[in-house]
Design a protein around this ligand. Structure first.
Ligand SMILES: Nc1ncnc2c1ncn2[C@@H]1O[C@H](COP(=O)(O)OP(=O)(O)OP(=O)(O)O)[C@@H](O)[C@H]1O
Length: 581
């Protein structure tokens, strides 16, 4: 566990943690002071002669110069109040620091995880389940925070128990030993039994949480099909079934965490009474002599009982959270070992300027964990300003080829060159030069303006570029007629727009940053003939100005292409316009 913490925390966080530990140690001494402060007060209350027997008490009695025991007692009471006020102010400050640290850790961890997931190669996302990543970012990061908080609180409570234990041992060996033996025995046994159960419940909790997210995504993501097929109850029941299993585990774990509280209370009270009874029968002193000691034990118990109970619930919390720590550690380690495409810093205005051509040289591609080459030996030259169309049957490998040209997939063999440069030498620069229009445009629940600029801060959006892109995508008139124009919200995934409008927003998005190269992957296949023609008309106007790669099923969309290639058995075969039409 500590190795994993060591891996997850950065240097700054480790320094903060060290500082917190020092603050916690000081806090436990203050707790001790809170209990110990009662001893002189009770002793003087029981027997005023103590003042003359105890050097410190005598010193205070003399310098305060009250001359009256009642006033001196009131002074001691006031002193205890002050100790408690200061101690508790300090402890609240300490708690605030612990919570701050744990919550900040949660935020940093979740942000780091998201950043690492996003930075991963596209192939990582092809194999990873989104619900698992969502759970890791939300639920596991939160579990980690709870685990972190529980560990710090556990250290604080253990420190308090040790400090108070030493003090109590000094006050009465027998009572302390009796209680300690009983406590360690009972709680040790309980811990051994509950450890495995808690970890198992934690792992179950992870699994069911993932499933819950998955059911929500499936039910709401496919709401149209769910409604038309009237499968509402299937999704609701599946969700509820999972929830039942989740809450059963969570409840059992909560229960497991509360049991020690009752054990501790029973053991402490029984232990203390046993020790007193033992002293009464076998001790050599009068029972009245033990009253100050017993009072201190009562005060200590008042502080210690909840503390020991909490220690157990923290241990339980740690066990329950361990699977989340394992998973976060595993995910961070996994991505560390992946070969990421190294990105170089580029200026906003930088671009790849094609002088002559884009070349695909002997490109071979095989998806990870498969044993078939989807693309075998692709050689292709696309001259500057030319439009190349790629056709082929379903599953032939057109999208794979587009993803390789986009730099999302790295060829298993071969290179993608822009004049003399390999695009993977500076992938950011390449991405700035291309506009990509996929078959399904992802629209966020935001305005048309923000969806076109996509991922650009609102105050940095270039409105004339948005307008230009809208015009080129044949959307300008439609947007002008909307009551709120470009500030109209499109709804989640663009539900308030028609398929054709969504597609054209995607085209406008690709054109917004004025790329030199356009890659269209079945970009117009969802549009009706008329809209498709209008959009293709707009795209055809860019012919000669931009270098274009068009993947299409409908041959009408590639009529004006300069060259046509068909993907057959993982290879490219040049086709003639006349042969196709
Ligand atoms: N993530 C993946 N892992 C393994 N194999 C994959 C993966 N994605 C695609 N494939 C396989 O690669 C082959 C080519 O798929 P691709 O999507 O490139 O075809 P396509 O020509 O674009 O098809 P369509 O026209 O139907 O979109 C298919 O046989 C497909 O099963």
């Amino acid at each position: 566990m500590f190795n994993k913490f060591n891996y997850i925390f950065n240097r700054k966080e480790k320094r903060k943690l060290l500082l917190l530990l020092v603050i916690i140690i000081i806090g436990s001494f203050l707790e001790l002071l809170g209990v110990a402060a009662f001893m002189p007060f009770i002793s003087v209350l029981m027997d005023t002669n103590i003042i003359y027997e105890n050097k410190i008490l005598l010193y205070f009695y003399r310098i305060t110069n009250f001359g009256n025991i009642e006033y001196f007692l009131a002074f001691l009471a006031l002193l205890i109040c002050c100790v408690y006020i200061l101690k508790n102010i300090y402890l609240s400050f300490m708690q605030n620091m612990i919570l701050n640290f744990a919550y900040n850790m949660r935020m940093n961890l979740a942000t780091n995880l998201l950043a690492t997931y996003i930075a991963e190669p596209y192939t990582f996302h092809l194999t990873k389940n989104i619900a698992d990543m969502q759970r890791c970012l939300q639920i596991d990061a939160n579990q980690f925070m709870l685990l972190m908080n529980a560990t710090l609180q556990l250290i604080a409570e253990i420190m308090v128990c040790i400090a108070l234990g030493i003090y109590l041992f000094d006050t009465s060996h027998s009572i302390t030993i009796a209680i300690a033996v009983l406590l360690i025995g009972c709680l040790g046994l309980f811990y051994l039994i509950s450890k495995k159960i808690s970890q198992k419940l934690g792992r179950q909790n992870q699994r069911y949480n993932s499933k819950l997210i998955q059911w929500v995504n499936q039910a709401l993501g496919g709401i149209k099909e769910v409604k038309v097929l009237e499968r509402e109850s299937f999704f609701i029941n599946s969700y509820k079934e999972n929830y039942k299993k989740l809450i059963k585990g969570a409840k059992n774990n909560e229960m497991l965490a509360t049991i020690p509280k009752y054990i501790v209370e029973t053991v402490c009270i029984c232990g203390m009474l046993l020790a007193v009874v033992g002293k009464m029968f076998f001790g050599r002193r009068e029972i009245v002599d033990f009253i100050p000691q017993l009072s201190v034990f009562a005060v200590a118990a008042f502080r210690l009982l909840p503390s020991v109970g909490k220690i157990n619930s923290y241990i339980n919390g740690i066990m329950y959270g361990l699977p989340s720590l394992d998973l976060i550690y595993h995910d961070l380690k996994e991505v560390e070992n992946n070969n990421r495409i190294i990105k170089k810093d580029v200026k906003k205005t930088d671009k790849f300027f094609i002088k002559e051509k884009i070349c695909l040289v002997n490109v071979r591609y095989r998806y990870p964990n498969t044993d078939i080459d989807v693309l075998k030996k692709i050689n292709l030259e696309i001259g500057k300003g030319k439009t190349v169309a790629l056709i082929g049957s379903s599953g032939a490998g057109k999208t794979t080829l587009a993803d390789i040209i986009l730099g999302l997939l790295q060829p298993t063999e071969g290179r993608i060159m822009v004049d003399e440069c390999d695009i993977f030498d500076n992938i950011s620069l390449w991405h700035k030069s291309i506009g990509y229009i996929p078959q399904n445009i992802y629209l966020s629940d935001d305005t048309i303006r923000n969806n076109i600029a996509f991922g650009v801060e609102e105050n940095e959006i270039n409105d004339s570029a948005v307008e230009g892109a809208l015009r080129k995508a044949q959307l300008y008139d439609f947007v002008q007629n909307l009551a709120e124009g470009i500030n109209t919200f499109v709804g989640d995934r663009g539900v308030r727009l028609s398929g054709g409008q969504r597609q054209r927003i995607g085209i406008a998005r690709a054109l917004y940053h004025e790329p030199d190269i356009l890659i269209l992957d079945e970009a117009t296949s969802a549009l009706d003939n008329e809209t498709e023609q209008a959009v293709m008309g707009a795209i055809e106007k860019l012919q000669g100005v931009k270098t274009m790669i068009i993947i299409a099923h409908r041959l009408t969309t590639i009529k004006k292409a300069d060259e046509i290639y068909e993907v057959v058995n993982g290879e490219l075969v040049k086709r003639n316009l006349k042969d196709i039409f």
